[in-house]
Design a protein around this ligand. Structure first.
Ligand SMILES: Nc1ncnc2c1ncn2[C@@H]1O[C@H](COP(=O)(O)OP(=O)(O)O)[C@@H](O)[C@H]1O
Ligand SMILES: [Mg+2]
Length: 291
């Protein structure tokens, strides 16, 4: 085998940080499978979103990735480790997870204590803790709140602290399960900005599972889960412009895309696909100056 091919192959394997092959899952209490032949690949240092209606199986899948749910069949590899009882500890060191409800994630009296608690759980030596706590709280923009009580923070601030706790022990992957669904619009926008900062400032891979399609706009790649099956995947530009897929799966397009579509239908000459309101407004402003 030529050497270059060998290097490329290894490179390709290393960059697939999560790999799910033909996964099937049924809860012990239910008879119908919740996940059916799910296969997906997530590349290292990307921001991937799994979208799907409530009840489509997103949280069930996230829990499989961290070994809370045991699949009926299929193969799951996370950070190079095949999911198994023997590898669970190693996998959990490589995955940080943040859930929907910011209030259910705190144990410490202060923000700093909370991050320290997570580090203790991962057996990080005490003499390294202060510098790690400072680094992660600065990364999520919460360093100045370090001595505050977590309960006194806003929802958006709580989720930023929860992210700091989840990434403090330096996992390769951060999973966000509907992490912004209880936030106000401002908290949601801030969280999305933080995700894109984390992607550029760290080598972390971010996997967000959400029913909110607007949140998926900024991701590199999207998987669509409907009734436990992957019904589509692609970059936001491809997936959100696939009208057949959108209507067949009863998806509500994000406001910006509906607006873009209606303007085009009204004959406004918009050649590009705009994914941000600022960019579309900027374009329309420039267009109006030319008219
Ligand atoms: N612990 C459980 N036992 C039995 N059924 C469950 C359990 N958790 C979730 N389900 C069912 O599995 C399906 C998928 O749920 P879930 O993964 O939470 O979906 P999503 O996160 O996409 O909203 C739903 O029908 C839900 O009722
Ligand atoms: Mg869920």
């Amino acid at each position: 085998m030529p050497r270059t091919f060998f290097i490329q192959k290894i490179g390709a394997q290393m960059s697939d940080i999560i790999k799910v092959d033909n996964l099937n899952f049924t809860y012990p209490e239910t008879t119908t499978p919740i996940l059916k032949n799910v296969s997906l690949t997530i590349r290292q240092n990307t921001f991937t979103t799994i979208i799907g209606e409530n009840g489509s199986g997103k949280s069930t899948l996230a829990k499989i990735l961290i070994g809370i749910n045991q699949p009926d069949s299929g193969r799951v590899t996370v950070s190079g480790y095949e999911l198994s009882d023997d590898n669970l500890k190693k996998i959990r060191c490589e995955v940080g997870i943040v859930f929907q409800n910011p209030d259910s994630q705190f144990v410490g009296a202060t923000v700093k204590d909370d991050v320290a608690f997570g580090l203790e759980n991962h057996l990080v030596p005490h003499d390294q803790m202060d510098s790690i706590i400072e680094r992660v709280l600065k990364l999520v923009g919460m360093w100045e709140y370090r001595d505050r009580q977590p309960e006194a923070l806003s929802g958006g601030q709580k989720q930023r602290v929860a992210i700091a706790c989840a990434i403090a022990y330096d996992p390769e992957i951060l999973i966000l399960d509907e992490a912004s669904s209880m936030l106000d619009p401002r908290g949601r926008t801030d969280l999305l900005k933080l995700i894109s900062n984390l992607k550029t400032q760290t080598s972390m891979t971010i996997l967000s599972v959400t029913h909110n399609l607007t949140e998926a706009l900024a991701s590199d790649y999207i998987y669509l889960l409907t009734e436990g099956q992957i019904k589509g995947s692609g970059q936001p530009t491809d997936l959100f412009t696939n009208r057949k897929l959108i209507s067949e799966n009863h998806l509500e397009l994000p406001f910006i895309l509906k607006l873009d579509q209606q303007l085009k239908e009204a004959g406004i000459p918009i050649e590009d696909q705009y994914f941000s309101e600022e960019q579309l407004i900027d374009y329309l402003w420039k267009l109006s100056l030319k008219m």
